[in-house]
Write a new protein. Structure first.
Length: 266
């Protein structure tokens, strides 16, 4: 964890001190993820073949964009239990895991603490406690939708990534499960369209160069896809929709990959 501006290792039994939070929204997000931390990985990514499939495609896109290998320093914003960080660490990269929820970060440290990883408990929508141009790439997945001040978070990511480095952001669109009222009730969501995020990224010196479109079928169907046969039918329909609809049309989420081109804002 980080203490007094320094990144240090802390025993898992020692929880980071809770700091006052400015809004009930952040307090709700932090509390919710602290409570769900022990079972989050299973519920969010491993509950059947469907969710595992979504994760596989997303991880492949992230790897392609960030090119993790020995000597590369990456930042995982909203790292949670460390699913993405573990994949990047396995390929030799050094990963700084940042998250708002202490217990999620403790699960992350339990999973990735033996690798080349650092752990910071902080609010990326206020300030990322890293030096300018100090990382080679950034990933931020399933995070922006919880941030009321998400433009600040994007500006902070632009500040800490080096020129030429890549930033991968996941955008929950207005067609996502949250917009249909199927998401966790305690949370407040801020849904966007890719062009809205892209405009803010461009203003911060991040130029979008690639994107991956998520699934179109309801999230609940993927949760119920326990067999690979069921998953095969879902992917067949997804492919049909992809051929009929315009790129990105009716997608629940989009991964945007951007390159840091201009000097970071000061």
């Amino acid at each position: 964890m980080q203490e007094n501006g320094q990144i240090v290792r802390t025993p898992l039994s020692v929880a980071p001190p809770r700091e006052p939070l400015e809004t009930s929204r952040k307090r709700s997000a932090r509390t919710f993820f602290d409570e769900i931390a022990p079972r989050y990985e299973r519920v969010a990514h491993q509950q059947g073949a469907g969710l595992a499939s979504i994760s596989t495609y997303e991880l492949a896109f992230i790897r392609t964009q960030l090119q993790p290998h020995a000597g590369v320093r990456l930042l995982d914003v909203g790292s949670g239990t460390g699913r993405i960080a573990a994949d990047l660490l396995a390929r030799g990269a050094h990963v700084t895991c940042l998250d708002l929820a202490p217990r999620m970060l403790a699960e992350n440290q339990n999973r990735n603490g033996e690798g080349q990883a650092d752990f910071i408990c902080a609010d990326a929508s206020k300030r990322i406690p890293l030096a300018d141009r100090s990382v080679d790439g950034i990933v931020c997945c399933r995070v922006l939708k919880y941030m009321a001040t998400w433009p600040t978070a994007i500006s902070e990511m632009a500040r800490v990534v080096r020129p030429g480095g890549r930033v991968v952001l996941e955008v929950a669109t207005r067609f996502s499960c949250e917009s249909l009222g199927l998401a966790f009730k305690p949370m407040v969501y801020h849904l966007h369209e890719p062009h809205e995020i892209s405009a803010v990224m461009a203003a911060s010196g991040l130029t979008v160069v690639d994107q991956y479109y998520g699934t179109r079928l309801p999230f609940a169907l993927y949760q119920r896809a326990r067999s690979h046969l069921f998953l095969w039918w879902l992917l067949t329909f997804e492919d049909l929709f992809a051929r009929i609809l315009a790129p990105g049309q009716l997608c629940r989420s989009v991964l945007l990959a951007a390159v840091r081109t201009d000097p970071a804002p000061t």
